[in-house]
Design a protein around this ligand. Structure first.
Ligand SMILES: *Cc1c(COP(=O)(O)O)cnc(C)c1O
Length: 386
């Protein structure tokens, strides 16, 4: 089967992009400027401007960004950290890797983010040292301001894993603008992707930013002076140059994704009320960077998937299982609150292709294919019951 619509295509560059990138590669290579240098400062400035965060420290990847955030926030071995059951495995790993214990919390059925009511109760009973909220799919928790307030009132850091949320705006501001500590990933398939791995930590406090930078560079306070045991988690200069160039186009890329997300939502909701095309909660602007369909009827889901496959349209299931069901999680979870909502989401989730500069005809082929599958499923059902 030839692929007619890929799940993601990272080669849809803007017309001038590759020649500009080539120029930067030659410039950096001829100077052998691979670590540090002007592009690093330039990209951190551009990230600050794009997110309205006070401080930005780039690092090697999104998982390191979480570990740097946890370490800089004072999380130490034995501490309990609340994390959502519905997230990428790295959220769990980061907590383990700093020696702390993840306590897994169910998600909310409406916005698919960590269940804030449960967090409120667990703050008083489990007494976590920190909470990680994950802004999945291109939006975040509807109750984010309540969650921020809960953590502030309890005097514990709230770390916002925004690996999938670059460009997301909450209550009219970039989601990074008012996060105490937020992290992102520049893995190539993320909204803002590098030409390899990369990540960043965003915060509002100068001392915190300094600790993060120190930990990400061997605990350095001077070239051969080390105040802490950190590790090497620097973003290299080529990644910085690529990201700085990509940031010049980020608004066009976001606009393209938003347009496609809206097209999906309009079509899917019009067809089948059972097929819920989940979009951002009201507190978020149009930010559907990832298409999320929740298809509760498993026969319908199978019919849609079969039809997509037959037509050559790639799709995904983000995520097929909650964290608590991962074989590697069992022995390491400090606890687990709820879990039925996350399991149900994982069973019913279907993600359709959505990437910047996907063409209208590609989107139309996807929506028409899903439409045909729904129609056929309806007919089979009415024939069966008649
Ligand atoms: C991608 C991702 C990460 C990890 O980022 P890497 O750069 O791959 O280390 C962490 N959390 C979430 C939610 C992610 O999607």
């Amino acid at each position: 089967m030839t692929t007619k619509v890929p799940f993601i295509d990272l080669t849809r560059f803007e017309p001038e992009f590759l020649s500009a990138w080539q120029e930067r590669v030659v410039q950096l290579s001829s100077a052998a400027q691979y670590i540090g240098g002007p592009w690093l400062n330039a990209v951190e400035d551009a990230l600050t401007a794009a997110t309205d965060a006070k401080f930005v420290v780039t690092c090697a990847n999104g998982t390191d960004a979480l570990q740097l955030a946890l370490r800089a926030a004072g999380i130490t071995p034995g501490d309990i950290v609340l994390i959502p059951d519905l997230t990428f495995w790295a959220t769990f790993e980061a907590v383990i890797n700093v020696g702390a214990s993840p306590y897994v919390v169910d998600c909310d059925a409406h916005d698919l983010a960590i269940d804030v009511d449960r967090v409120g109760r667990l703050i008083n009973t489990v007494r976590p040292a920190a909470v990680i909220v994950v802004h999945l799919y291109g939006w975040g928790s509807e109750a984010l301001s309540i969650l921020r307030h809960l953590c502030r009132a309890a005097g514990i850091p709230l770390i916002e894993d925004a690996a999938q949320a670059f460009g997301v705006r909450y209550e009219g501001k970039p989601v990074f603008a008012e996060a105490q500590i937020a992290t992102t990933s520049f893995y190539p398939a993320k909204v803002l992707g590098a030409a390899g791995d990369g990540g960043a930590v965003f915060c509002q406090d100068a001392g915190m930013a300094e600790r993060i930078r120190c930990l990400s560079n061997h605990g350095r306070t001077g070239h051969y002076q080390h105040e802490a045991v950190g590790w090497n988690s620097r973003l290299d200069s080529l990644q910085a140059a690529y990201l700085e160039l990509s940031l010049l186009h980020i608004n066009a890329r976001l606009a393209s994704r938003r347009k496609i997300a809206k097209r999906y939502r309009d079509h899917l909701l019009a067809w089948e009320p059972d097929l819920v095309a989940v979009g951002p909660p009201d507190a978020y602007e149009e930010n559907g960077y990832c298409n999320v369909c929740l298809v509760g009827d498993s026969a319908l889901k199978q019919a849609i998937e079969a039809r997509l496959q037959l037509t050559g349209i790639e799709f995904a299931r983000i995520y097929p299982a909650p964290i608590s069901a991962q074989p590697g999680a069992k022995a390491l979870c400090a606890g687990h609150s709820g879990g039925r909502v996350a399991s149900r989401v994982c069973e019913s989730v279907l993600n359709l292709p959505l990437f910047a500069y996907m063409t209208e005809s590609e989107v139309d082929l996807v929506t028409a294919t899903v439409g045909r599958a729904i129609e056929q499923h309806r007919q089979t059902r009415s024939n069966g019951s008649g």
